[in-house]
Structure formats: structure tokens, C-alpha cells
Design a protein around this ligand. Sequence first.
Ligand code: DCP
Ligand code: MG
Length: 240
Amino acid sequence: HITKGSVVFDNVSFAYPESEEDVVKDINFQVAPGEKLAVIGSTGAGKTSLFQLIPRLYDPTKGKVSVDGSPLSDYSLDELRGSIGYVPQSPLLFTGSVTDNIAWGKDQATTEEIMQAAKDAQIHDTIMQLDDQYETRVGQKGVNLSGGQKQRISIARALIRKPKILMLDDSTSALDLATESRLLDAIDTYQCTMLIITQKITTAMRADRILLMDEGKLLAIGTHTELLASSALYRKIVES
Ligand code: DCP
Ligand code: MG
């Protein structure tokens, strides 16, 4: 079972099945239990592709990803999806109530748990303003929600399972700084390992370390101060 939330990438490369070209190239890094790692890099750098290897949406073409010291293949997909809260870059809601969408995959969720997850994801107030509040139908046949609102419902869906590893793919891009800060403060109380892809240096700086990707490669990993000293590209991003 996944109880600690450590992640190790060991010489990992990945190409999409229909393609020859590696979009993740020889990546090595380790994330300690409870550590927060931000992943930054320009569009197309391979950030989402790297993320997708952890809940096994894809498998590496080379190398090995381990969680809590065991290769991912040692875990059932149910175990991985239960312990890893993965919020995709463009989250999908299915047709159903807000409650159904947050509790999805957690059959026994209580109203209190659903509301707490929504509050922590900073979406509770928005839900309360909808016509039928938590019973409002969303998804294809439901009310229209903004991209940022869908992202936060998707974050609530991840939080309600109390994941050991939380992965946010640019999930706070649509939030204003104050709301994002409250969201990240709330996530801190979950004491999970967090991997967060972000475009914002201020968000990256909240993490323990930052991983900089470029053209599929890991260019640098370290604290903000370390990267300022070691990476010209990082300095360029910070100055821009
Ligand atoms: N790619 C692909 N097939 C897919 C998805 C992506 O061939 N189904 C390619 C496009 C890019 C490379 O993989 O050349 C990396 O794409 P990512 O989505 O991993 O890149 P990022 O997440 O870093 O980019 P963004 O910041 O735009 O989300
Ligand atoms: Mg992406």
C-alpha cells in the first residue's frame, strides 16, 4: 500500500504510442514523503507527459517510476488511482450533480466530507450561489461552469480521498493570487506529497523544490535560491 508518498524517477524516457520522438528524456529525480515539488517549463516542455506516468495513464518507454520504494507495476490501478489525486490540465465533469462530481469514486462520502473538500478547494462559495447548490447539475447537460470552476471541483474530487500524493497540472492558473494562496494553505493541512505544474514563479516558490523542464529534459532541480545560482534559463524565467 501507498502510505508515505515518495516518488522516484529512474532514467525515465517516454514517447507517445503513435510517435517515435521521446517527449520525456532520461529523467531522474526523487520526491520525499510530504515534500512539495513545483514543475515549471515552457509550453510543450513535457510537464503533463511527465505527470501522466505517475498514475499510469501511460507507462515509460524506458526506465522506472517507483512509489514508496516499489515499481508502479506492483500496485493495482485501483490502488494508484485511490492514493494519487491527479487533477488534469483540462478536467472533465460528467453529467450529474456537483455532489456526484466531487464524491465520484468515493461511494461513502458524507455531506460534511464533500463540503470540506469543496471549501478547501475554494469552490464552496461558488457552489452555494448556484440555483440548486450542491444538487445543481453540471457537465454536458448541466449549467456551464468556467474552466477555473471546473478545475476547483476537480481539486475537491482529489482532496476528498485524502490522497498520499496530490498532483495539480496548472490547476490554479485561473485563480487570483489571494484565492490561490488560500487553496495552497488548505492543501498544506492535508500533509500529502504535492507535485504542482505551474506557470507562476510565485506559486513555484511556495514549493520545497522546483524542477525545471525544457524540451523533455530535466534542466535543473533545487530550491529557488539554488536554481537562481545554477540555471541561466531559470534566471531568465524569473526576470521575465
Ligand atoms: N504530445 C503528443 N501527444 C499527446 C500529447 C502531447 O505528441 N497526446 C507532445 C506535444 C509536445 C510534447 O508531447 O511536443 C510535450 O507535451 P506536454 O503536454 O507534456 O507539454 P507541457 O505540459 O509541458 O505543455 P503545456 O505547458 O502547454 O501544458
Ligand atoms: Mg501541460
